[in-house]
Design a protein around this ligand. Sequence first.
Ligand SMILES: [Zn+2]
Length: 100
Amino acid sequence: MQRIAQAPNSFIATLWVDALKAEGIAASVQRQYLSSAAGELPPDQCLPEVWIEHDHHAPHAEQVLHHLQHMPQQRWLCACGELVEGGFQQCWNCSAQMPT
Ligand SMILES: [Zn+2]
């Protein structure tokens, strides 16, 4: 198990994991649940993390995520009004597919 990325929210974390799985990389979302004093910790302590099952997949996984995060044309306005950024082809607000 190896942490590969920290996602800004759980929707994005799930999309990243799905993208990794599509590439044959076993991945999962891990969230750091803090039992106490959560309010006193920096917010990034509570963000969801993307972990891969096998460490040797790390270079490929990083490549997949880099690709997802750097696709300038992948910025589109969904019918629900949500601006979807970050290379996702599905709206994280209403789950609609990117129009083609
Ligand atoms: Zn939408």
